[in-house]
Design a protein around this ligand. Structure first.
Ligand SMILES: NC(=O)c1ccc[n+]([C@@H]2O[C@H](COP(=O)([O-])OP(=O)(O)OC[C@H]3O[C@@H](n4cnc5c(N)ncnc54)[C@H](O)[C@@H]3O)[C@@H](O)[C@H]2O)c1
Length: 424
């Protein structure tokens, strides 16, 4: 670990002996950037990278980039001076500008990292691809379906490296979880229950009122679809990744039930994605209660896996140790003497099943972000697009936006033909 960043070597170590590098690369070809062969190819090379939109997330990514000896951060571009000032503290040698076209005109730039608000992604990313740059774009790809499709089509036409910031694809716990699911350990996965609860208003302080929409862009539909594009986008990717399928129908409901402060995006949302044979994935979010936090609960007939907690649980648990059995017997004797429930009554609450850790220990890194950033740098140097990243990112965005569309139109949607791509 180096300043909170795991090296690629440590990335493989996370898997210990459970998965060899060869198995890993066969199952997850987008990890090719971490292979020994790739590392040799890029050993003495540097990627010249520009960061467009170094606000909150952009500065986090910039911190990762400056720690990578294979990166030279050449430009910082932001149309808001305070963001540029903060970014310059992190990469003082980089040039600065307020118009991204200046960056794209610089032939020495190999790749751009785009971390601006969603409504600006399509234009910047498409212009960058047409200017011959490799692109990392933060999720969600866009707040509009047609723009996400246009970005995907431009990527296919120009064939430069394109990463969408779905960092779960590079998170060792998630990768291991998917491998376990594929092995059949949990039986047939019949449902995926995702939720993200928090208790805050999501507001950022605004130095003067005319900056409200610029700084709090997440609250307004012109720029964002709120929890669907900010939170659901990460979680609903699980459906595509696990089932290798897209939903047949989408039904969403949402309302502003708590934060009635002028925002335009819902703070209370539920979406049901129904797949072939009735399998379901749900997304639920309330941002005025954080008790349950966030999770993707992947439910099979033989077990459950929860990647955020980093644990899995089998349906059949080993017999309890003698002492607990004795206490249970005593409790049963006491409770059985009351007639409040018939003999068939068995409370269907979660059993005392503490599960096992997916990678043998509690996760000690933030998420897959350091790895995905490293992988982008490798891909930029190598000039090769790792498979699946764009497609997974594209469908994650489309699923989020279809949830929002269903909510807006108060209708059950069928997956629109025009947004299907050649994948799965
Ligand atoms: N992957 C993740 O876990 C994760 C986490 C947080 C945010 N994000 C994503 O990162 C992106 C940015 O989110 P944020 O919270 O950092 O927003 P932010 O508002 O903090 O930062 C955006 C920056 O872009 C700048 N900007 C806006 N328009 C610009 C333009 N045309 N040219 C140059 N700069 C411009 C703004 O001035 C600001 O500094 C969003 O897509 C968001 O969904 C991803």
């Amino acid at each position: 670990m180096d300043n909170g960043k795991l090296s690629r070597r440590e990335f493989f170590k996370e898997f210990g002996t459970v998965m060899g590098a060869t198995t890993l690369l066969a199952s997850y070809p987008w990890l090719s950037a971490f292979s020994e062969e790739n590392r040799k190819n890029t050993e003495n090379e540097k990627a010249r990278i520009a960061v467009i939109g170094p606000g909150s997330r952009g500065q986090y990514l910039l911190n990762l980039l400056v720690m990578n000896p294979k990166v030279e951060v050449v430009w910082l571009c932001d149309d808001y001076q305070p963001s540029l000032d903060a970014a310059m503290q992190i990469a003082p040698k980089a040039k600065t500008c307020m118009d991204y076209r200046i960056v794209l005109d610089d032939d020495s730039v190999d790749g751009v990292v785009v971390a601006t608000p969603l409504s600006t992604h399509a234009k910047i990313v498409i212009d960058a691809m047409n200017a011959g740059k490799h692109v990392y774009c933060e999720k969600s790809m866009s707040n509009k379906l047609e723009e996400a499709k246009a970005m995907y089509d431009t990527h296919k036409a120009t064939n430069h490296v394109f990463f969408v910031g779905q960092q779960r694809l590079y998170d060792p716990v998630y990768i291991k979880a998917i491998e376990m699911i594929r092995s059949g350990m949990f039986g047939n996965i019949e449902g995926i229950k995702t939720f993200w609860y928090r208790n805050n208003d999501w507001r950022r302080p605004v130095p003067s009122p005319e900056l409200e929409r610029k700084i709090n862009w997440r609250m307004y539909r012109e720029y964002s679809c709120g929890v669907m594009t900010e939170l659901a986008c990460h979680q609903v990717q699980m459906g595509t990744w696990i089932w290798r399928d897209i939903p047949e129908t989408i039904y969403g409901v949402g309302a502003i039930t708590h934060w009635k402060d002028g925002r335009e995006v819902e703070d209370n949302v539920g979406v049901v994605y129904t797949y072939k044979d009735g399998r379901r994935m749900t997304f639920d979010s309330i941002i005025s209660n954080k008790f349950y936090g966030l999770e993707e609960q992947i439910l099979g007939n033989k077990g459950t896996i929860e990647p955020e907690v980093g644990k899995y649980y089998f349906e059949e648990t080993p017999p309890m140790p003698g002492f607990l059995n004795m206490i249970n017997d005593i409790e049963n004797k006491i409770f059985n003497s009351f007639s409040f429930a018939g003999p068939s009554w068995d409370p269907e609450i979660a059993k005392q099943n503490h599960g096992e850790f997916i990678i043998g220990k509690k996760r000690d890194y933030p998420d897959g972000s350091p790895f995905i950033m490293d992988a982008f740098v490798e891909a930029v140097i190598d000039g090769k697009q790792p498979p699946m990243i764009v497609e997974e990112g594209y469908y994650a965005t489309v699923l989020s936006l279809l949830g929002q569309k269903s909510m807006d139109e108060k209708q059950v949607l069928t997956f629109p033909e025009e947004y299907k791509i050649d994948y799965l």
